[in-house]
Design a protein around this ligand. Structure first.
Ligand SMILES: Cc1cc2nc3c(=O)[nH]c(=O)nc-3n(C[C@H](O)[C@H](O)[C@H](O)COP(=O)(O)OP(=O)(O)OC[C@H]3O[C@@H](n4cnc5c(N)ncnc54)[C@H](O)[C@@H]3O)c2cc1C
Length: 396
Protein backbone atom coordinates (compact mmCIF):
# COMPACT_ATOMS: atom_id res chain seq x y z
CA UNK A 1 0.00 0.00 0.00
CA UNK A 2 1.74 3.19 -1.13
CA UNK A 3 -0.09 6.36 -0.42
CA UNK A 4 0.96 9.48 -2.22
CA UNK A 5 -0.83 12.78 -1.66
CA UNK A 6 0.58 16.23 -2.34
CA UNK A 7 -0.14 17.36 1.20
CA UNK A 8 -0.52 15.17 4.26
CA UNK A 9 -4.22 14.37 4.30
CA UNK A 10 -6.71 14.54 7.11
CA UNK A 11 -6.69 10.92 8.25
CA UNK A 12 -9.92 9.44 9.58
CA UNK A 13 -9.72 6.17 11.49
CA UNK A 14 -13.06 4.35 11.31
CA UNK A 15 -15.59 4.16 8.50
CA UNK A 16 -18.85 4.09 10.43
CA UNK A 17 -21.40 6.91 10.62
CA UNK A 18 -18.94 9.31 12.25
CA UNK A 19 -16.06 8.62 9.86
CA UNK A 20 -18.08 8.56 6.64
CA UNK A 21 -20.07 11.73 7.35
CA UNK A 22 -16.90 13.53 8.45
CA UNK A 23 -15.18 12.47 5.19
CA UNK A 24 -18.17 13.80 3.23
CA UNK A 25 -18.02 17.16 5.04
CA UNK A 26 -14.24 17.50 4.64
CA UNK A 27 -14.39 16.67 0.93
CA UNK A 28 -17.05 19.36 0.49
CA UNK A 29 -14.49 21.78 1.95
CA UNK A 30 -11.87 20.55 -0.55
CA UNK A 31 -9.58 18.92 1.99
CA UNK A 32 -7.59 15.77 1.13
CA UNK A 33 -8.99 12.82 3.08
CA UNK A 34 -7.65 9.36 3.79
CA UNK A 35 -10.17 7.04 5.43
CA UNK A 36 -8.81 3.96 7.18
CA UNK A 37 -11.14 1.21 8.26
CA UNK A 38 -11.12 -2.48 9.17
CA UNK A 39 -13.50 -3.38 6.35
CA UNK A 40 -14.00 -1.88 2.88
CA UNK A 41 -17.65 -1.04 3.49
CA UNK A 42 -19.93 1.15 5.56
CA UNK A 43 -22.73 -0.62 7.45
CA UNK A 44 -26.14 0.98 7.88
CA UNK A 45 -26.69 -0.45 11.38
CA UNK A 46 -30.34 0.67 11.94
CA UNK A 47 -31.47 -1.97 9.42
CA UNK A 48 -29.24 -4.84 10.57
CA UNK A 49 -32.04 -6.60 12.46
CA UNK A 50 -33.93 -6.84 9.15
CA UNK A 51 -30.95 -8.67 7.61
CA UNK A 52 -30.87 -11.06 10.58
CA UNK A 53 -34.55 -11.87 10.08
CA UNK A 54 -34.89 -11.92 6.29
CA UNK A 55 -36.69 -8.66 5.47
CA UNK A 56 -33.51 -7.40 3.79
CA UNK A 57 -30.38 -9.09 2.50
CA UNK A 58 -26.83 -8.25 3.52
CA UNK A 59 -25.98 -6.16 0.43
CA UNK A 60 -28.92 -3.84 1.10
CA UNK A 61 -27.25 -2.38 4.19
CA UNK A 62 -23.59 -2.06 3.24
CA UNK A 63 -21.76 0.05 0.68
CA UNK A 64 -18.19 0.18 -0.45
CA UNK A 65 -16.43 3.44 0.47
CA UNK A 66 -14.72 3.84 -2.89
CA UNK A 67 -17.96 3.53 -4.83
CA UNK A 68 -19.47 6.30 -2.73
CA UNK A 69 -16.62 8.82 -2.62
CA UNK A 70 -15.57 9.64 -6.17
CA UNK A 71 -13.57 12.77 -5.32
CA UNK A 72 -9.92 12.73 -6.45
CA UNK A 73 -8.74 13.94 -3.07
CA UNK A 74 -10.30 10.90 -1.32
CA UNK A 75 -8.34 7.75 -0.55
CA UNK A 76 -9.26 4.63 1.32
CA UNK A 77 -6.88 2.27 3.12
CA UNK A 78 -8.12 -0.98 4.54
CA UNK A 79 -6.59 -2.12 7.81
CA UNK A 80 -6.60 -2.08 11.56
CA UNK A 81 -4.85 0.90 13.13
CA UNK A 82 -2.92 -0.31 16.14
CA UNK A 83 -0.72 2.64 16.91
CA UNK A 84 -0.64 6.42 16.65
CA UNK A 85 2.46 8.53 17.07
CA UNK A 86 1.12 11.89 18.20
CA UNK A 87 4.57 13.55 18.11
CA UNK A 88 5.49 12.40 14.60
CA UNK A 89 1.86 12.71 13.43
CA UNK A 90 1.68 9.23 11.96
CA UNK A 91 -0.66 6.26 12.31
CA UNK A 92 0.45 2.66 11.84
CA UNK A 93 -1.57 0.29 9.71
CA UNK A 94 0.19 -3.04 9.77
CA UNK A 95 3.77 -2.31 8.55
CA UNK A 96 2.86 1.07 6.98
CA UNK A 97 3.17 4.45 8.63
CA UNK A 98 0.83 7.12 7.32
CA UNK A 99 1.41 10.82 7.98
CA UNK A 100 -1.52 13.07 8.79
CA UNK A 101 -2.11 16.80 8.97
CA UNK A 102 -5.09 16.36 11.26
CA UNK A 103 -6.44 13.12 12.67
CA UNK A 104 -10.08 12.17 13.30
CA UNK A 105 -10.74 9.19 15.56
CA UNK A 106 -14.09 7.65 14.71
CA UNK A 107 -13.58 4.23 16.28
CA UNK A 108 -17.15 3.48 17.36
CA UNK A 109 -18.10 0.94 19.98
CA UNK A 110 -18.07 -2.80 20.46
CA UNK A 111 -20.45 -5.20 22.26
CA UNK A 112 -20.12 -5.05 26.03
CA UNK A 113 -19.83 -8.58 27.46
CA UNK A 114 -20.28 -7.46 31.09
CA UNK A 115 -18.14 -10.35 32.40
CA UNK A 116 -20.89 -12.80 31.44
CA UNK A 117 -19.45 -16.31 31.10
CA UNK A 118 -19.65 -18.15 27.78
CA UNK A 119 -20.15 -15.11 25.55
CA UNK A 120 -18.37 -17.03 22.77
CA UNK A 121 -21.63 -19.03 22.58
CA UNK A 122 -23.69 -15.85 22.20
CA UNK A 123 -24.55 -13.99 19.01
CA UNK A 124 -24.17 -10.23 18.62
CA UNK A 125 -25.52 -7.68 16.16
CA UNK A 126 -22.86 -5.10 15.36
CA UNK A 127 -22.12 -5.77 11.71
CA UNK A 128 -23.45 -7.57 8.66
CA UNK A 129 -21.46 -10.74 9.36
CA UNK A 130 -23.14 -10.91 12.80
CA UNK A 131 -26.56 -10.50 11.18
CA UNK A 132 -25.94 -13.30 8.67
CA UNK A 133 -24.57 -15.65 11.37
CA UNK A 134 -27.58 -14.97 13.57
CA UNK A 135 -30.07 -15.59 10.77
CA UNK A 136 -28.39 -18.91 9.94
CA UNK A 137 -28.45 -19.98 13.60
CA UNK A 138 -32.16 -19.17 13.99
CA UNK A 139 -32.99 -21.05 10.78
CA UNK A 140 -30.89 -24.02 11.85
CA UNK A 141 -32.60 -24.31 15.21
CA UNK A 142 -36.11 -23.75 13.80
CA UNK A 143 -35.67 -26.17 10.91
CA UNK A 144 -33.94 -28.78 13.03
CA UNK A 145 -35.47 -32.23 13.18
CA UNK A 146 -36.65 -31.83 16.80
CA UNK A 147 -38.89 -28.93 15.71
CA UNK A 148 -38.43 -26.82 18.80
CA UNK A 149 -36.62 -23.49 18.88
CA UNK A 150 -35.88 -21.16 21.74
CA UNK A 151 -34.32 -17.78 21.09
CA UNK A 152 -33.33 -15.31 23.80
CA UNK A 153 -32.44 -11.67 23.32
CA UNK A 154 -30.53 -10.17 26.24
CA UNK A 155 -31.09 -6.42 26.55
CA UNK A 156 -34.27 -4.45 25.89
CA UNK A 157 -32.65 -1.33 24.48
CA UNK A 158 -33.62 -0.17 20.97
CA UNK A 159 -31.50 -2.85 19.21
CA UNK A 160 -32.78 -5.73 21.38
CA UNK A 161 -36.41 -4.59 21.05
CA UNK A 162 -36.41 -4.19 17.28
CA UNK A 163 -34.68 -7.52 16.90
CA UNK A 164 -36.91 -9.53 19.24
CA UNK A 165 -40.12 -8.50 17.44
CA UNK A 166 -38.67 -9.45 14.06
CA UNK A 167 -37.37 -12.81 15.35
CA UNK A 168 -40.90 -13.59 16.59
CA UNK A 169 -42.31 -12.76 13.14
CA UNK A 170 -39.62 -14.76 11.36
CA UNK A 171 -40.42 -17.83 13.47
CA UNK A 172 -44.13 -17.31 12.83
CA UNK A 173 -43.38 -17.36 9.09
CA UNK A 174 -41.50 -20.63 9.53
CA UNK A 175 -44.38 -22.07 11.55
CA UNK A 176 -46.76 -21.34 8.68
CA UNK A 177 -44.64 -23.73 6.60
CA UNK A 178 -44.32 -26.33 9.35
CA UNK A 179 -47.09 -26.38 11.92
CA UNK A 180 -45.14 -28.88 14.07
CA UNK A 181 -42.59 -26.17 14.86
CA UNK A 182 -42.83 -24.96 18.46
CA UNK A 183 -40.86 -21.95 19.52
CA UNK A 184 -40.22 -19.57 22.38
CA UNK A 185 -38.90 -16.06 21.95
CA UNK A 186 -37.74 -14.42 25.15
CA UNK A 187 -36.49 -10.96 26.07
CA UNK A 188 -34.36 -10.64 29.21
CA UNK A 189 -33.41 -7.35 30.82
CA UNK A 190 -31.74 -6.38 34.07
CA UNK A 191 -34.13 -3.48 34.70
CA UNK A 192 -37.28 -3.94 36.80
CA UNK A 193 -39.47 -2.65 33.99
CA UNK A 194 -38.53 -3.86 30.55
CA UNK A 195 -38.66 -0.49 28.84
CA UNK A 196 -37.45 2.93 29.82
CA UNK A 197 -37.44 4.92 26.62
CA UNK A 198 -38.13 8.17 28.45
CA UNK A 199 -41.92 8.29 28.02
CA UNK A 200 -44.58 6.34 29.94
CA UNK A 201 -46.77 6.27 26.87
CA UNK A 202 -44.00 4.77 24.69
CA UNK A 203 -42.98 2.27 27.38
CA UNK A 204 -46.61 1.19 27.93
CA UNK A 205 -47.11 0.75 24.19
CA UNK A 206 -43.99 -1.43 23.87
CA UNK A 207 -44.98 -3.56 26.90
CA UNK A 208 -48.44 -4.19 25.38
CA UNK A 209 -46.93 -4.98 21.98
CA UNK A 210 -44.56 -7.55 23.54
CA UNK A 211 -47.50 -9.23 25.27
CA UNK A 212 -49.63 -9.20 22.12
CA UNK A 213 -46.80 -10.70 20.06
CA UNK A 214 -46.40 -13.56 22.57
CA UNK A 215 -42.81 -12.67 23.48
CA UNK A 216 -41.86 -13.88 26.96
CA UNK A 217 -40.39 -11.04 29.01
CA UNK A 218 -38.12 -11.58 32.03
CA UNK A 219 -37.29 -8.38 33.94
CA UNK A 220 -34.77 -7.77 36.73
CA UNK A 221 -32.59 -10.65 35.48
CA UNK A 222 -28.83 -10.29 35.03
CA UNK A 223 -27.35 -12.76 32.55
CA UNK A 224 -24.55 -14.74 34.21
CA UNK A 225 -23.67 -17.53 31.80
CA UNK A 226 -24.53 -18.52 28.25
CA UNK A 227 -24.16 -22.09 26.97
CA UNK A 228 -25.14 -23.61 23.63
CA UNK A 229 -28.60 -24.59 24.94
CA UNK A 230 -29.41 -22.34 27.89
CA UNK A 231 -28.91 -19.02 29.60
CA UNK A 232 -28.35 -18.75 33.35
CA UNK A 233 -29.50 -15.52 34.99
CA UNK A 234 -29.93 -14.18 38.51
CA UNK A 235 -33.66 -15.00 38.10
CA UNK A 236 -33.14 -18.61 36.99
CA UNK A 237 -32.17 -20.72 33.97
CA UNK A 238 -33.92 -20.71 30.61
CA UNK A 239 -33.60 -23.04 27.63
CA UNK A 240 -32.06 -21.07 24.77
CA UNK A 241 -30.72 -22.51 21.52
CA UNK A 242 -29.78 -19.06 20.25
CA UNK A 243 -28.86 -16.26 22.64
CA UNK A 244 -28.23 -12.77 21.31
CA UNK A 245 -26.34 -10.24 23.39
CA UNK A 246 -27.75 -6.73 22.89
CA UNK A 247 -26.98 -5.49 26.39
CA UNK A 248 -24.99 -2.42 25.46
CA UNK A 249 -21.70 -1.35 23.97
CA UNK A 250 -18.37 0.06 25.11
CA UNK A 251 -15.93 2.31 23.23
CA UNK A 252 -13.63 0.59 20.75
CA UNK A 253 -10.54 2.17 22.28
CA UNK A 254 -8.67 -0.72 23.94
CA UNK A 255 -5.60 -0.51 21.68
CA UNK A 256 -5.22 3.23 22.30
CA UNK A 257 -5.33 3.08 26.11
CA UNK A 258 -1.70 4.12 26.50
CA UNK A 259 -1.77 6.79 23.83
CA UNK A 260 -4.96 8.73 24.47
CA UNK A 261 -6.60 10.20 27.53
CA UNK A 262 -9.68 8.07 28.20
CA UNK A 263 -12.41 8.37 30.84
CA UNK A 264 -13.02 5.50 33.28
CA UNK A 265 -15.35 3.78 30.77
CA UNK A 266 -12.85 4.02 27.91
CA UNK A 267 -14.30 7.04 26.05
CA UNK A 268 -11.87 9.46 24.40
CA UNK A 269 -12.24 12.77 26.24
CA UNK A 270 -12.84 15.74 23.97
CA UNK A 271 -13.85 19.37 24.46
CA UNK A 272 -16.95 20.93 22.92
CA UNK A 273 -15.00 21.53 19.66
CA UNK A 274 -14.63 17.70 19.59
CA UNK A 275 -10.90 18.18 19.89
CA UNK A 276 -8.80 15.75 21.93
CA UNK A 277 -7.61 17.65 24.98
CA UNK A 278 -3.92 16.75 24.82
CA UNK A 279 -3.44 17.36 21.13
CA UNK A 280 -5.11 20.12 19.12
CA UNK A 281 -4.47 18.31 15.82
CA UNK A 282 -6.54 15.31 16.88
CA UNK A 283 -10.34 15.22 16.91
CA UNK A 284 -12.65 12.42 18.01
CA UNK A 285 -16.28 11.80 17.21
CA UNK A 286 -19.12 9.26 17.43
CA UNK A 287 -19.76 6.44 19.90
CA UNK A 288 -16.23 6.47 21.30
CA UNK A 289 -16.23 9.93 22.92
CA UNK A 290 -17.25 11.79 26.01
CA UNK A 291 -17.59 15.56 25.76
CA UNK A 292 -16.19 17.32 28.81
CA UNK A 293 -16.49 14.02 30.69
CA UNK A 294 -20.09 13.18 29.62
CA UNK A 295 -20.46 10.20 27.23
CA UNK A 296 -22.59 11.20 24.24
CA UNK A 297 -25.67 9.10 23.35
CA UNK A 298 -24.46 6.22 21.19
CA UNK A 299 -26.64 7.03 18.21
CA UNK A 300 -26.04 7.47 14.51
CA UNK A 301 -28.02 10.73 14.53
CA UNK A 302 -25.49 12.18 17.03
CA UNK A 303 -22.46 11.01 15.02
CA UNK A 304 -23.94 12.49 11.84
CA UNK A 305 -24.52 15.89 13.46
CA UNK A 306 -21.02 15.95 14.96
CA UNK A 307 -19.46 15.51 11.52
CA UNK A 308 -19.94 19.09 10.16
CA UNK A 309 -18.65 20.51 13.45
CA UNK A 310 -15.40 18.54 13.26
CA UNK A 311 -15.02 19.27 9.55
CA UNK A 312 -15.56 23.01 10.02
CA UNK A 313 -13.01 23.12 12.85
CA UNK A 314 -10.45 21.15 10.85
CA UNK A 315 -11.00 23.41 7.84
CA UNK A 316 -10.32 26.47 9.98
CA UNK A 317 -7.00 25.02 11.16
CA UNK A 318 -6.16 23.90 7.63
CA UNK A 319 -6.79 27.35 6.18
CA UNK A 320 -4.68 29.04 8.85
CA UNK A 321 -7.08 30.14 11.57
CA UNK A 322 -6.11 29.60 15.19
CA UNK A 323 -9.52 29.97 16.69
CA UNK A 324 -12.10 27.20 16.50
CA UNK A 325 -15.63 28.49 16.21
CA UNK A 326 -17.90 25.46 16.01
CA UNK A 327 -19.00 23.60 19.15
CA UNK A 328 -21.33 20.65 19.60
CA UNK A 329 -23.88 19.96 22.33
CA UNK A 330 -25.49 16.50 22.09
CA UNK A 331 -29.25 16.52 21.61
CA UNK A 332 -31.44 13.58 20.63
CA UNK A 333 -34.02 14.96 18.19
CA UNK A 334 -36.34 11.98 18.22
CA UNK A 335 -36.58 8.22 18.43
CA UNK A 336 -38.46 5.74 16.27
CA UNK A 337 -38.55 1.97 16.72
CA UNK A 338 -40.07 -0.71 14.56
CA UNK A 339 -41.92 -3.34 16.56
CA UNK A 340 -42.13 -5.87 13.75
CA UNK A 341 -43.92 -5.49 10.42
CA UNK A 342 -46.61 -2.78 10.49
CA UNK A 343 -46.08 -1.61 14.07
CA UNK A 344 -43.81 0.96 15.62
CA UNK A 345 -43.51 3.64 18.26
CA UNK A 346 -41.43 6.70 18.95
CA UNK A 347 -41.20 10.32 19.90
CA UNK A 348 -40.54 13.14 17.49
CA UNK A 349 -39.86 16.53 19.09
CA UNK A 350 -41.78 15.46 22.18
CA UNK A 351 -44.79 14.04 20.29
CA UNK A 352 -45.50 10.34 20.66
CA UNK A 353 -46.29 8.39 17.47
CA UNK A 354 -47.55 4.82 17.55
CA UNK A 355 -48.76 1.93 15.45
CA UNK A 356 -48.70 1.71 11.69
CA UNK A 357 -48.02 5.45 11.30
CA UNK A 358 -44.87 5.18 13.45
CA UNK A 359 -43.77 2.11 11.50
CA UNK A 360 -44.37 3.87 8.18
CA UNK A 361 -42.42 6.90 9.40
CA UNK A 362 -39.64 4.58 10.64
CA UNK A 363 -39.34 2.95 7.21
CA UNK A 364 -39.49 6.29 5.37
CA UNK A 365 -36.92 7.96 7.62
CA UNK A 366 -34.45 5.07 7.37
CA UNK A 367 -34.97 4.69 3.64
CA UNK A 368 -34.07 8.37 3.19
CA UNK A 369 -31.12 8.06 5.57
CA UNK A 370 -29.68 5.06 3.74
CA UNK A 371 -26.63 6.61 2.03
CA UNK A 372 -26.47 6.67 -1.76
CA UNK A 373 -29.18 6.28 -4.39
CA UNK A 374 -28.15 2.72 -5.26
CA UNK A 375 -28.59 1.51 -1.69
CA UNK A 376 -31.87 3.39 -1.28
CA UNK A 377 -33.19 1.64 -4.38
CA UNK A 378 -31.98 -1.76 -3.14
CA UNK A 379 -33.72 -1.33 0.22
CA UNK A 380 -36.94 -0.06 -1.41
CA UNK A 381 -36.87 -3.00 -3.85
CA UNK A 382 -36.32 -5.61 -1.10
CA UNK A 383 -39.12 -4.13 1.00
CA UNK A 384 -41.49 -4.09 -1.99
CA UNK A 385 -40.58 -7.65 -2.94
CA UNK A 386 -41.12 -8.69 0.69
CA UNK A 387 -44.73 -7.42 0.51
CA UNK A 388 -45.46 -10.05 -2.17
CA UNK A 389 -42.99 -12.82 -1.41
CA UNK A 390 -42.57 -12.63 2.37
CA UNK A 391 -39.21 -12.90 4.08
CA UNK A 392 -36.09 -14.17 2.40
CA UNK A 393 -35.42 -17.29 4.48
CA UNK A 394 -32.27 -18.47 2.76
CA UNK A 395 -29.34 -18.87 5.11
CA UNK A 396 -27.39 -15.92 3.70
C1 LIG B 1 -27.90 -3.12 15.44
C2 LIG B 1 -27.77 -1.65 15.67
C3 LIG B 1 -28.86 -0.81 15.42
C4 LIG B 1 -28.76 0.56 15.59
N1 LIG B 1 -29.85 1.36 15.33
C5 LIG B 1 -29.74 2.69 15.45
C6 LIG B 1 -30.83 3.52 15.12
O1 LIG B 1 -31.89 3.04 14.75
N2 LIG B 1 -30.67 4.87 15.21
C7 LIG B 1 -29.48 5.44 15.63
O2 LIG B 1 -29.39 6.67 15.71
N3 LIG B 1 -28.44 4.66 15.98
C8 LIG B 1 -28.52 3.30 15.88
N4 LIG B 1 -27.45 2.51 16.23
C9 LIG B 1 -26.23 3.13 16.75
C10 LIG B 1 -25.33 3.59 15.63
O3 LIG B 1 -25.01 2.52 14.77
C11 LIG B 1 -24.03 4.13 16.23
O4 LIG B 1 -24.33 5.17 17.10
C12 LIG B 1 -23.14 4.67 15.12
O5 LIG B 1 -22.77 3.60 14.27
C13 LIG B 1 -21.88 5.32 15.70
O6 LIG B 1 -21.05 5.68 14.66
P1 LIG B 1 -19.45 5.56 14.83
O7 LIG B 1 -18.89 5.96 13.52
O8 LIG B 1 -19.03 6.23 16.07
O9 LIG B 1 -19.18 4.00 15.06
P2 LIG B 1 -19.34 2.70 14.06
O10 LIG B 1 -20.45 2.99 13.15
O11 LIG B 1 -19.34 1.57 14.97
O12 LIG B 1 -17.99 2.77 13.24
C14 LIG B 1 -16.73 2.51 13.76
C15 LIG B 1 -15.80 2.17 12.63
O13 LIG B 1 -14.46 2.14 13.08
C16 LIG B 1 -13.78 1.02 12.55
N5 LIG B 1 -12.66 0.79 13.47
C17 LIG B 1 -12.73 0.68 14.81
N6 LIG B 1 -11.49 0.53 15.32
C18 LIG B 1 -10.63 0.59 14.28
C19 LIG B 1 -9.22 0.52 14.16
N7 LIG B 1 -8.43 0.39 15.21
N8 LIG B 1 -8.68 0.59 12.92
C20 LIG B 1 -9.46 0.73 11.81
N9 LIG B 1 -10.79 0.83 11.87
C21 LIG B 1 -11.38 0.76 13.09
C22 LIG B 1 -14.85 -0.04 12.48
O14 LIG B 1 -14.54 -1.08 11.59
C23 LIG B 1 -16.04 0.81 11.98
O15 LIG B 1 -16.00 0.96 10.59
C24 LIG B 1 -27.53 1.11 16.06
C25 LIG B 1 -26.44 0.29 16.32
C26 LIG B 1 -26.55 -1.08 16.11
C27 LIG B 1 -25.35 -1.96 16.37
Amino acid sequence: MILVMKKDPVVIIGGGFAGVYTAKELLKRNLPVLLISKTNHFTFTPLLHEVATGSLISHDVIFEYESFFKEKHFQFARGLVENIDLKKRTVSVEAEKIAYSQLVLALGATTNHWNIKGTDKAFTLKNVEDAVKLKKAILETAQNIDQHASVTVVGAGPTGLELVFDIQLMLESLKKRNENLHFTVRLIDSRKAVCSMGSKSVDGYIARALKKAGIEVVCGAYAQEITSDKIITTEGEFASDVTVLCAGVRPNTDVFKKILKLDDRGHIIVNSHLQVLDDPSVFAIGDAISIDGEPVPKLAQIAVREAPVVAANIARIHYGSRELTRTYTPKVLGTLFSLGFGDGVGQIQGRVVKGVLAWYLWRTVYLFKTPGLGNKLRVAFSWTLGLFQGRNLTEL
